[in-house]
Design a protein around this ligand. Structure first.
Ligand code: SF4
Length: 447
């Protein structure tokens, strides 16, 4: 169980030296008890105290990677119940389930779909992160062969081995141990054998039980057997169960520092109906899952899930914005169009994407509006004629182009008159209201 601030205080040097950044050892102890600071901030703590305090100072939700390499997914490490309290740190991994009893061609096809799932949204690369290979054949040799084939084809993806048969799991884990697969198969009946496989091969282990009580007993047992990197499957199936179980797990870990449930959560969203599956997956993403398993990869479903995940894991305290500057799109000449917009990331990526689609080399002046979109920035007085004129003058763009025409977003057409007054000698053209009309607009000017 977690130690109280006073219990922790008794183990500290009590010199009040302030090296930890706190005025007293007691203040540091109180912060440590609430997981607001790391024990390592006190340089003088004794080895004995470190050992005793290890549990109290450990992160409330254990952090480790799913998979290896650049595309490994960091799991756990969350510190708040609600995103607006601070932020959520490690976006949930999306995994697709593949049964081992498919033909080699089908296995290869499914694995290649994972590799090709990557898309870019608001400047971030988003993808299906993992493959979960299900032991459906009942044949250990076939499972090992399928695991090797999928691992070979989906080279960047993390691997989850969904197998409760200890002989089949042991052989499969050994075959791809270097990829650090998550062994998804520990239940009460096979706990000793699964713990041994996970420990021997240095891979994380997913514990599965029906309900949180049985799950806590199992994770304590697995920890006692020497496995530290655990993932939780509480058996939640419906949306209500997912919300109930996942919330209780997160609350127990963060508010009670209950170590048996201080691990990342895995939910299966697999359903026969794709829309139903996507809905369940979004519920799991929104409510604390670290891994969500899907039955298939479909572009529309990926887009919905990637968007939900990306939005939830952006930092609400930091506006999504790009650097203020004049961006070149294509290879613009001195005669190429000059457009202007604000520095809200989504605005920038949508507008620049549409300018790119037009195939008309252009310059896009992106003005600092503290991360606000065009209309909001205008309403807030951050995208006014005076400020735009000042930005254009100070940017030095007049030395790069041989025309003096600035294309402004259609939504702020109202600024055109004032801008022509402030930017002497410039022609102000009102562009489209919506970004998707930019290609037609630019092409019609170029022809
Ligand atoms: S650094 Fe350690 S000894 Fe010094 S005040 Fe902080 S807790 Fe106390």
């Amino acid at each position: 169980m977690a130690l109280t601030g006073v219990q922790i205080f008794k183990l500290l040097p009590k010199t009040n030296c302030k090296k930890c950044g706190f005025p007293t050892c007691l203040a540091f102890a109180m912060a440590l008890a609430q997981n607001k600071v790391e024990l390592a901030k006190c340089p003088d703590v004794s080895e004995e105290a470190k050992k005793t305090l290890g549990e109290a100072s450990a992160p409330p939700i254990r952090t480790f990677n799913l998979g290896v390499g650049e595309k490994a997914v960091k799991m756990g490490g969350e510190t708040v119940m609600f995103r607006h309290d601070k932020k959520f740190f490690n976006p949930c991994a999306l995994a697709v389930n593949i049964k081992d009893n498919l033909s080699d061609d089908e296995l290869a096809q499914k694995a290649s779909e994972v590799a090709a799932s990557e898309m870019t949204r608001v400047g971030q690369k988003l993808r299906i992160d993992a493959v979960s290979i299900e032991y459906a054949s009942g044949n250990a040799a076939q499972y090992e062969k399928a695991v090797k084939l999928v691992a070979d084809k989906a080279t960047d993806a993390a691997i989850i081995l969904n197998c409760k048969d200890t002989a089949a799991a042991g052989a499969a884990v050994k075959a791809i141990a270097a990829r650090k697969p998550l062994l998804y198969g520990a239940v009460n009946e096979n706990a000793e054998a699964m713990a041994s496989i996970a420990k021997t091969n240095g891979v994380p282990l997913c514990a599965g039980a029906q309900g949180l009580e049985a799950l806590s007993v199992l994770t304590e047992k697995l920890q006692g057997l020497g496995v530290s990197d655990l993932v939780l499957d509480s058996g939640a199936k419906t949306a209500k169960e997912i919300i109930d179980h996942n919330t209780q797990i997160r609350r127990s870990a963060l508010k009670k520092n209950f170590k048996p449930l201080g691990f990342p959560i895995l939910n299966s969203a697999i359903r026969d109906d794709s829309i139903f599956e996507a809905s369940i997956a979004v519920v799991a993403i929104a409510k604390y899952a670290s891994i969500v398993i899907l039955s298939s990869i479909e572009k529309w479903k990926n887009l919905a899930l990637f968007t939900a995940r990306q939005n939830l894991y952006t930092d609400p305290q930091v506006p999504m914005q790009v650097e203020q500057k004049i961006y070149k799109i294509g290879e613009p000449t001195a005669a190429s169009p000059l457009m202007i917009t604000t520095n809200f990331s989504l605005t920038y990526f949508i507008v620049s994407g549409e300018v790119e689609n037009s195939k008309v080399p252009s310059r896009l002046a992106v003005m600092d509006s503290e991360g606000l979109s065009v209309l909001t920035a205008w309403a807030a007085g951050k995208f006014t004629a005076a400020k735009i004129a000042q930005f254009i003058k100070e940017s030095g763009i007049e030395n790069e182009i041989r025309h003096k025409e600035l294309i402004i977003p259609g939504q702020v057409a109202i600024l055109s008159g004032a801008l022509e007054d402030k930017l002497e000698g410039w022609k102000i053209t009102v562009g489209p209201r919506e970004a998707n009309a930019i290609p037609t607009f630019l092409k019609s000017r170029a022809s």
